[in-house]
Ligand binder design. Structure first.
Ligand SMILES: Cc1cc2nc3c(=O)[nH]c(=O)nc-3n(C[C@H](O)[C@H](O)[C@H](O)COP(=O)(O)OP(=O)(O)OC[C@H]3O[C@@H](n4cnc5c(N)ncnc54)[C@H](O)[C@@H]3O)c2cc1C
Length: 238
């Protein structure tokens, strides 16, 4: 039996040039305190700020959040959008894969028996000037996401979208992306009209369930509505 939280190599954040290493046993609080995360991945910062509560952020780790593979996991939409890769190790061998390939469904991953998640790697993406993460829950704090939504955008000085990455959490077994909406937004300004059209597509793409926290219909509606937030932030890099 090995207590992972005492292995120093599995903790911390390091700038390794083109990519950033995040130790899976790094707590959310430590990530929130990291200038490297703040500088390079503000979207992850936004998600960490609304994850659980201070005691949960002091104890919980990003690796635990990934391996838990909850559709409501707050770090997952940002990690998908940032195209994070993870490293898995067992004895002498290791393998690296994208987080999208690793997570198969609620609580289901490709982690083999005895394997340990030993690293998270995220390439720097300086081209995105617009970072957004929002979660809708029953309360503002200590509430699991009913729907979450993240966006990374590259916009021109006059607010035209040059590249868009969008992801929804808690509305399907895993994080949902929509290449169709991403392509549609390219070349557009983020007007309410454009985003309402995108919202209709989003409502068709998500596959939510009814559960104790919300109905599938509510989740579908909110998943589309959350796109309208992008209009509010249009042209204002965050
Ligand atoms: C009251 C409460 C509120 C919460 N609120 C939120 C919330 O708002 N948003 C949210 O996203 N989550 C929330 N959570 C869930 C929880 O905080 C996260 O899933 C957390 O990231 C778990 O981290 P941990 O280090 O405690 O993992 P653990 O619980 O220790 O581990 C989770 C699983 O991952 C495995 N594991 C962990 N690390 C590794 C590794 N390095 N390699 C291989 N396997 C590993 C463990 O064996 C276990 O199966 C909440 C939990 C509680 C109790």
């Amino acid at each position: 039996m090995i207590c992972l939280e005492r292995i120093e190599e599995l903790k911390g954040v390091e700038d390794r040039g083109e990519e950033i290493f995040i130790g899976p046993c790094t707590t959310f609080t430590r990530l929130l305190e990291s200038p490297v995360i703040m500088n390079h991945f503000p979207i992850l910062m936004e998600a960490l700020k609304v994850l659980g509560s201070p005691p949960i952020r002091n104890m919980g780790t990003i690796g635990g959040n990934i391996v838990t593979a909850s559709p409501a996991g707050d770090t997952l939409p940002p990690l998908y959008l940032l195209r994070a890769e993870i490293e898995l190790r067992i004895k002498e061998s290791s393998r690296r894969m994208s987080i999208m390939d690793f997570i198969k469904g609620p609580g289901e991953t490709l982690l083999a028996p005895g394997e340990v998640l030993t690293a998270i790697f995220i390439r720097k993406s300086p081209r995105f000037n617009f970072h957004h993460y929002e979660k809708v829950g029953a309360r503002k704090a200590l509430a699991i996401a009913i729907v979450s939504f993240g966006a990374l955008l590259k916009t021109s000085d006059d607010g035209v979208v040059e590249e868009a990455r969008l992801a929804w959490g808690s509305v399907a077994p895993t994080v949902v992306a929509s290449p169709e909406i991403e392509a549609m937004l390219k070349g557009c300004r983020l007007s309410n009209q454009v985003l309402e059209k995108a919202g209709q597509i989003a409502r068709a793409v998500v596959k939510p369930i009814d559960d104790i926290r919300a109905s599938a219909d509510y989740r579908r509606e909110v998943a589309g509505n959350l796109l309208l937030r992008l209009a509010l932030k249009n042209g204002k890099p965050s």
